[in-house]
Design a binder for this molecule. Sequence first.
Ligand code: UD1
Length: 339
Amino acid sequence: MKVLVTGGLGFIGSHTVVELQQKGYDVLVVDNLSNSTPAVLEGIESITGQKPYFEKLDLRYKDAVQKIFELHPDIEGVIHFAASKAVGESVEKPLLYYENNISSLIYLLKELTNRNINNFIFSSSCTVYGEPDDLPVTEQAPIKPALSPYGNTKQIGEEIINDTVNAYAGFKAIALRYFNPIGAHPSGEIGELPRGIPQNLVPFVTQTAAGIRKELSVFGNDYPTPDGTAIRDYIHVVDLAQAHIIALERLFNNKQKSNFEVFNIGTGQGSSVMEIIKTFEKVTGVPLNYKIVDRRPGDVVAVWADTQLATNELGWQAKLGLEDALRDAWQWQQNLVSK
Ligand code: UD1
C-alpha cells in the first residue's frame, strides 16, 4: 500500500517514514525542502535499506498538489506534516502561516475527496488547549483562543477537517495532538535539523553542549511550579512516529469510532525546564552552561497529556522516556558536528 507523507523530510515526518517502511508500506515523500534537506533521504535509507519515492513540491500551489496524485494514482492514505511551526515567526508573518498551513490543507483535502482517498492523518498540537484549566489535559478540554497565528492554524485545520468529514461520505481523519516532540532516531542517522538559532528547548540544549551556542537561556524560574520553571510533556519522536502508523491503520481497517477522531500524543508525564537540563547532564555527562532570563511571552505555565484515550482506543503508549530521548538527541547532535 502506498502512503503519502507530506513534509516527510522534516523532523517528525522522517521518523514516520522510517516506521512506515519498516512495516512494509510504500512511501511517497513530498517536501518543499523549506526546512529540510535531501540528505535526510539518505539517512532514511541507511536505516531501512530503502529510499522512499520523493517529489520536491510545494503544496501552496494547487497544480503541484494535483500533480502528486497524477504521478502516483495508487496512494491510499495520507499523513500530512507539511507546515510551518515557529510560533514567533508566525506572529511576524501570519499570511505566510495561513498560506502554508491552511491553503495547502485545503488543496490536499480537495484532491483527496475528489479521488476518494479516504484516510487522512493530521498533525495537530497541544497548543490548541492554551493554558489548560485542568491537568493532565484530556481531549475534551476546551479549545482556548490561539495565542499565535501558528496555533490558530492548528485549530482552523481541525475545524476544516471536521467540516470535510461531515460533507464527504466515506472520508475519515484522525488528528494527533502532539505534546513536545524531542529526541532522534536511536541509529543517529536522522534527527531534528533546526535552521539558524533553535527556538525549541532541546535543540538549544544539544547545541549549547556541543559548543555551538554559548549558553542556554532558561525562560523564567518564577512560574508556579515546584522548581519555578515551565512544565511540558516531552515525547520521544520515535514513539510519536509509531502513533501515526497505528492511527493510519485504524482508518485502513475501519476501526474508527467516528469519522474524525482526535488523540493526545504525549507521555502523560510533565517535566520542567530544569529537569530537562539535569537529566541531560546526567545521561550525557556534559555540563550545560545556562542562565535564568525573563519569561518568554506567550509561554504557558504547564501542560501535560492525559493519554488514556490513546491507550484505550489506539492501544498506543509511549515506550521511551526522557533519558532515552535526551541521549538520542545528543548522539544525533554529535553526529551532525562530525559530518
Ligand atoms: C511550542 C508551541 C507548540 C509547538 C512547538 C513547535 C506553544 C504554547 N507551544 O512549544 O504548540 O508545536 O512550539 O515548535 O505555543 N525554553 C527555554 N529556553 C529555550 C527554549 C525553550 O527555557 O531556549 C523553554 C520554554 O519556555 C518552554 C520549554 O522550554 O517552557 C519548551 O519550549 P519549546 O521547546 O519552545 O516548546 P513549546 O513552547 O512548549
